[in-house]
Design a protein around this ligand. Structure first.
Ligand code: CAA
Ligand code: NAD
Length: 292
């Protein structure tokens, strides 16, 4: 199975990065958004990121300016934007990166199941929902995987490739190969809550927020402690702002509904309050910190 043409649904924080790395990997990419303004915003983020990567390659002596310009042009030429779902009908792979809401995702896959050619493989970038439920909704459970990228997609080297009991072996192998073509290190995961990374990372973020809410330490000191004491690139509260408080809350809400007795998934009070106030982190200019 050879994946050459890829549809990416949602061109937000994650989707624009997935569009970009798939194009960098040589695929023809269709970016599908619900709205022209969101599409334009997502594609302009791709333009900025490509320009940044190109100038870094020139600075480091990996490419001269002409080669860097040509690389940007060739990569960008593989990307087309659309707001029509029918435009992804003949893709070999369609990756969903829309809002973390299971009902909205299931509705999308049900619709795509009727639109796309029978061979199209579907993938979800969900942070926390069961891949099997979306696979069922799509009407083609054997051609469904999880492809969970990390933020910022252009820089983080991991992709979690998730299989359900129904995933066809050849489909799973093709998904692993696609991850490698995007320049990522793929790890194989089962369809368990949070897969590998978020099952470890989200409870850690929750513990840090609880510590702040109890008044045990300031947010700056909690972050500095993990950065300088453990060598983490960002402290947990900066990371929560970076991931998005809305996304973090959606993950926890989904888990507490399914696993009400698991203390690691308890929702911190300040997280609920800040989301209710529209403070989603970096993307809205304020979360635990203020951002320019
Ligand atoms: N495209 C291109 N270049 C980019 C970029 C992008 N999107 N974002 C940053 N860069 C460039 C910067 O311009 C910078 O370039 P220079 O070195 O030329 O200045 C370089 O990359 C490094 O960026 P920063 O200066 O911001 O410096 P940094 O060393 O702090 O690196 C980081 C940033 C890679 C994000 C690092 O802080 C980091 O690894 N943070 C942790 C991120 C993390 O844990 N992500 C996972 C979140 S969880 C998740 O994604 C799963 C989920 O489901 C919720
Ligand atoms: P985001 O809000 O930045 O982007 C979502 C985009 O999807 C928006 O641009 C929105 O307009 C678009 N959209 C919504 N419904 C749509 C539809 N029906 N059709 C087409 N486009 C639609 O969110 P995000 O942070 O990029 O998260 C997207 C997904 O990736 C979520 O499932 C999230 O859990 C997962 N994820 C997030 C992170 C993170 O760090 N934020 C990391 C890994 C995975």
């Amino acid at each position: 199975m050879n994946i050459k043409k890829v549809g990416v649904v949602g061109c937000g924080l994650m989707g624009h990065g997935i569009v970009q790395v798939a194009a960098q990997g040589g695929c023809e990419v269709i970016a599908l958004e619900s709205d022209q303004a969101f599409l334009d915003k997502g594609l302009s983020r791709v333009d900025k990121s490509l320009a940044k990567l190109a100038s870094k390659n020139v600075e480091k002596g990996k490419m001269d300016q002409a080669a860097a310009d040509a690389w940007v042009k060739e990569t960008r030429a593989r990307i087309t934007g659309t707001i029509q779902r029918a435009d992804v009908a003949d893709c070999d792979l369609v990756i969903e990166a829309i809002v973390e809401n299971l009902d909205v995702k299931k509705e999308l896959f049900k619709d795509l199941g009727g639109i796309c050619k029978p061979e199209t493989v579907f993938a979800s970038n969900t942070s926390s929902f069961p891949i099997g439920e979306m696979a069922e909704a799509s009407g083609r459970p054997s051609r469904f995987v999880g492809l969970h990228f990390f933020n910022p997609v252009q820089l983080m080297r991991l992709v979690e490739v998730v299989r359900t009991d129904d995933t066809d072996g050849a489909v799973f192998e093709a998904a692993l190969e696609f991850g490698k073509a995007c320049g990522k290190h793929p790890v194989s995961c089962k369809d368990t809550p949070g897969f590998v990374v978020n099952r470890l990372l989200v409870p850690y973020m929750v513990q840090a927020i609880d510590m702040l809410d109890r008044g045990d330490a300031s947010k700056e000191d909690i972050d500095a402690a993990m950065q300088f004491g453990c060598g983490y690139p960002m402290g947990p509260l900066t990371l929560t702002d970076y991931v998005g408080l809305d996304t973090t809350l959606s993950i926890l809400q989904g888990w507490t509904e399914r696993y009400p007795d698991e203390p690691a998934f308890k929702i911190p009070a300040s997280l609920e309050r800040l989301v209710a106030e529209g403070k989603f982190g970096r993307k809205t200019g304020e979360g635990y910190y203020k951002w320019d």
